[in-house]
Design a protein around this ligand. Structure first.
Ligand code: SAM
Length: 229
């Protein structure tokens, strides 16, 4: 499955308001529960400590259905995704004049080129990082550290946990799987220690976080919070 198919073509088969199906936030094909969505929003909000006068950059925002729960917590929201279709859905359903700004672009290219990096206070990257090549992740954190000088916190969420992969695939009777392929359905499976290394290298304190046990992805995923001391 190519990245273009997975992210740009796959979502088009669903109704324009089938938000969770479009981005595969499903269990057995059904959207995850409202409670699961609430747990994600709470985790992002409490980790980033969003304030009403802040500007939030969301890299790989998809259709912005998740981000829409955060709009009330910030002054300005900047959403970036390389799927034309998903950004179209975001613009159609989740636009708020004067608050939301959407860009159809690659997350890494956008972060390098954005004209006003110093305006961004916080960054969220949810369910996306596993689809970037490992070298791009390092490059991205480096750019955020160097160019986004006002940004105090970066939340990187829903990362597949490398040491949990064997159990995950065994339970699904999958014998052949790849852990290092950003173009696979789940993407790269990361060890938390790698994020500690990358974060520390670019001057961040790093917290490794998990979700409550009742969260649908709790067993196989973790979150990372990068904080500037
Ligand atoms: C699972 S969805 C998550 C969407 C949203 N962050 C959320 O949590 O609801 C992954 C998103 O990452 C986007 N994506 C993957 N690689 C990307 C890249 N290199 N640049 C921009 N967007 C990317 C896909 O188009 C897709 O919308």
């Amino acid at each position: 499955m190519s990245a273009d198919y997975l992210h740009k073509e796959y979502p088009k088969q669903f109704d324009r308001d089938a938000f969770w199906e479009q981005i595969k936030r499903t269990v057995n094909g059904k959207p995850v529960s409202d409670q699961d969505i609430r747990m994600i929003v709470d985790q992002i909000q409490s980790s980033l400590d969003l304030r009403s006068d802040e500007r939030l950059l969301d890299l790989g925002c998809g259709n912005a259905a998740l981000a829409s729960y955060l709009f009330g917590h910030v002054q300005q929201y900047f959403g970036v995704d390389f799927s034309d279709y998903l950004i179209g859905v975001a613009r159609e359903f989740f636009s708020h004049a004067g608050k939301t700004h959407y860009y159809c672009d690659d997350a890494v290219a956008f972060t390098n080129a954005f004209e006003y990096p110093e305006k961004i206070d916080k960054v969220v990257i949810y369910g996306v990082i596993s689809y970037l090549a490992a070298a791009d992740v390092e490059h991205l954190v480096s750019t955020l550290s160097n160019r986004y000088t006002s940004c105090k916190r970066i939340f990187i969420g829903n990362i597949p946990h490398r040491s949990k992969a064997a159990v995950f695939f065994r339970r699904r009777n999958v014998e052949q799987y790849r852990l290092d392929d950003p173009e696979s359905a789940i993407g790269i499976w990361w060890a938390p220690e790698e994020f500690i290394r990358i974060g520390n290298m670019f001057g961040y304190d790093v917290d490794i976080l998990t979700m409550p046990e009742s969260f649908y992805g709790a067993e196989y995923r973790f979150d990372v919070l990068l904080k500037r001391p």
